[in-house]
Design a binder for this molecule. Sequence first.
Ligand code: FNR
Length: 399
Amino acid sequence: MTQEQPQSPGNFGDHQLGIYLNGMFADLTPELTTDLAALEDQARAVLAPEALGYVVPSAGSGATHRANRAAFDRWRIVPRMLRGSADRDLSCTVLGTPMPAPLLVAPMGVQTLAHPEGELATVRAAAALGVPYVHSTQASHSFEQVAEAGGGAPRWYQLYWPTDREVCLSFLERAKASGFSVLVLTLDTPVLGWRPADLDRGFLPFLRNVGIANYLTDPAFLAKLAKPVEEDPGAAALHWAQMFPNHGLSWGDLPFLREHWDGPIVLKGICSVEDARLAADHGMDGVVVSNHGGRQVDGAIAALDALPAIADAVGDRITVLFDSGVRTGADTVKALALGARAVLLGRPVLYGLALAGQQGVDHVLRCLLAELDLTLALSGHAGHGRPTRESLAAAQDGS
Ligand code: FNR
C-alpha cells in the first residue's frame, strides 16, 4: 500500500477553503456532514442493528454519556482579539510521539462492525494525516495487520490485561515488534458494563470470534487450545472469555508492566484525583481521564468535570490526556484549556468509518483538525501555546 504524505502542520484550516472552492466552482459538496456532532444521525441510518447497538449507546440509562456532553456545554470559550493568527502550528510531541495536533484516535475494538475494512481503514486514514492511532486489544485485526496498513506513522497500543500472563507478555512483545511506541492500559473495563442495547439482542461479537484477532493470531493463546480455531471456533471464543474479565488486577501489578515494556505507560479510565496520584506514584507516565464514553459505569462523573482537578494534581508530574464526549474542535479547545495535553477522538471516527470507510475517517479527522485550528485562531489562542483556564468562562445562562 502506498502511503499518502502526512499533511504539513498548521494548515488544517485550509480544509474549510477547499470545501468552499469545491462547492462554488466544481459543484461538489461533502458527502458527509461537516457538523461532527450531527454525524451520529447519519451513521445511525447505515449501521446494522447489532452494530448500532454496540457502537452508539452507553451503559445503563445513558446518563454518563449525557453528562459527558453536558459538561462541555457548561464551559464557554472567551474569544480574544488582535492577537495574530497567521502563524499557526498545532504540532506537538506527546510522550515522545510527534503529532500534527494534540489529537489521537481513541482505542476502539471490533471496528469491522462499522465497516468491513475496520481498523485497517481507520489506521490508513490516521496515518495519512500523521494522527496517532491507538490499537485496541479487542480489535478485529491483529497488531501485525494494523502495523502493515499504518506504515511508518505513529501508533500506540491499548492493553486489556488478559488473565493469562503468557498471553499478556506475548501481546507486549508483538506490539513492540510491530512499532507501537506507547502502552495504554485500560483500567475501567475489568468486566463489561451493563449495556442494555447489546443485552436485549443477546449480542457480544467476541463470542462469534469477531474482535479477538489479536488473540486468534497469538502463539501463546493458540498453544492453550485443544484444537485449531477452524476446527472448534466456539472453544476459542470461550477460552477468550476466560481471559477477558480480569477482576484481580491491582496497583501492585503495575511493576510487571514496567518490567516488560520499555516505552511510556499510560493508564486509561482515570476519573479521580486519588487514582491519578496513585498512577504518578507508581511511576506511570500518564493518564487518560476518561469514563469510556459512558459505556461502563452508568451515572458516573462526566469525564470533563474530572479533568481540571486531575490536571492540577498531577499535570506537572505526568502527561494528562482526555477522552469521552469530544465531538468538535471547540470541545477539543475546552479540554486542552482544562489541562489535557491531547485528546482522543472516539465515536465520531467510527461514524465516519461506517459511512464511508477510510474516506469517512479522513473526513472526520480533517474536519476536527480544521475546526480546532479555526477555533483557536478565531478565539485568539493560536500561536500562544496551549489555551488555559483563562481562555474559558463558566456558562452563565444554564443553556
Ligand atoms: C470503545 N472504547 C474502548 N476503549 C478501550 O480502551 N478499548 C477498547 O477496546 C474500546 N472499545 C470501544 C468500542 C466502541 C464501539 C466505543 C464507542 C468505544 C472507549 C474509547 O476508547 C473512548 O474512551 C470513548 O469512545 C470516548 O467516548 P466518546 O467520545 O466516543 O463518547
